[in-house]
Design a protein around this ligand. Structure first.
Ligand SMILES: NC(=O)c1ccc[n+]([C@@H]2O[C@H](COP(=O)([O-])OP(=O)(O)OC[C@H]3O[C@@H](n4cnc5c(N)ncnc54)[C@H](O)[C@@H]3O)[C@@H](O)[C@H]2O)c1
Length: 260
């Protein structure tokens, strides 16, 4: 049942959330490949986590994906787990160009599908495997000025179902995690590094009144990969502080307003 010595590929592993996943898997005894285009942060993550290895990978390029699979097998001997975390935030809403649509769908959706296709034969050699795709709260609700990213994440939810069904006979489970606002490079940048400010904004629409942390998302990813989730497949698992369960009344006492 142990994750010890299992081999995982984490796309987008060079950033804060990805590094959280790398750390959680290394802590379970996994060997982890950080598959990212970021050749500055990737080696830095590798240096912080013994048992991980950076392999420069562009998930929008099939030759690069094939090289990642080959190099992973050469380094560690096979593949048990795949985490599709890499993402593009390119999004110009209604004004998005065809090139922008292609970029975001290519990285967020097709990149995940091609990574899974390339990793499947190696998982089969090991008798099966487990996959976690990154969805988002953005998959389930309209957000002002955003089209490409939320649509790519909604597609990831359906991709997770389709892949889970067709890979079940090969003993490969496919699930997704759906984070809420998470303390990440993106949010840190927009909030000018002010976490208290970011928590304050998030408090309006997360039941728990704050952002999530990368380690909290990573714990769910680790669980879904592990044999503890042996009967979980095709599912999208919310790790969003209650965001999706909250209705339009948000955290305000709306009934109280009627009576005041
Ligand atoms: N930040 C949040 O609050 C939040 C909320 C919900 C879901 N998510 C999801 O979590 C994941 C991580 O998000 P993040 O905010 O840390 O994003 P980020 O932009 O900080 O990181 C994305 C990573 O993907 C890599 N990447 C981009 N294009 C790539 C490509 N073609 N090939 C390989 N790697 C590529 C980047 O180099 C980067 O390391 C994403 O899937 C995102 O959709 C994030």
């Amino acid at each position: 049942m142990s994750m010890h010595n299992k081999i995982a590929i984490v796309t987008g592993g060079a950033t804060m959330i990805g590094e959280g996943v790398v750390a959680a898997l290394v802590a379970e005894g996994c060997k982890v490949v950080i598959a990212d285009i970021d050749t500055t942060k990737g080696p830095q993550v590798e240096a912080r986590h013994a048992g991980s290895r950076f392999i420069r990978t562009d998930v929008s390029d099939d030759a690069s994906i094939a090289a990642c699979i080959k190099d992973t097998v050469a380094a560690f001997g096979g593949i048990n787990y795949l985490v599709n975390c890499a993402a593009s935030y390119v999004d110009n809403g209604a004004a998005s160009t065809r090139a922008e649509w292609n970029t975001t769908l290519n990285v967020n959706l097709i990149g995940a599908a091609m990574m899974l296709q390339a990793a499947t034969p190696e998982m089969q050699k090991r008798g099966g495997g487990a996959v976690v795709n990154f969805a988002s709260i953005s998959a389930f609700a309209a957000q002002t000025g955003r089209w490409l990213y939320p649509i790519s994440k909604a597609a990831i939810v359906q991709f997770t179902r389709n892949a889970a069904l067709d890979l079940a006979p090969q003993n490969i489970r496919v699930n997704a995690v759906s984070p809420g606002w998470t303390w990440s490079s993106v949010i840190e940048g927009m909030a000018g590094g002010d976490k208290a400010k970011a928590d304050g904004v998030a408090a309006d629409f997360h039941m728990l009144g704050r952002l999530g942390m990368p380690a909290e998302v990573a714990n769910v990813v680790s669980f879904l990969l592990s044999d503890k989730a042996s009967f979980v497949t095709g599912a999208t698992y919310a790790c969003d502080g209650g965001y999706q369960a909250l209705g339009p009344e948000a955290r305000t006492a709306a009934i109280g307003r009627l009576m005041s």
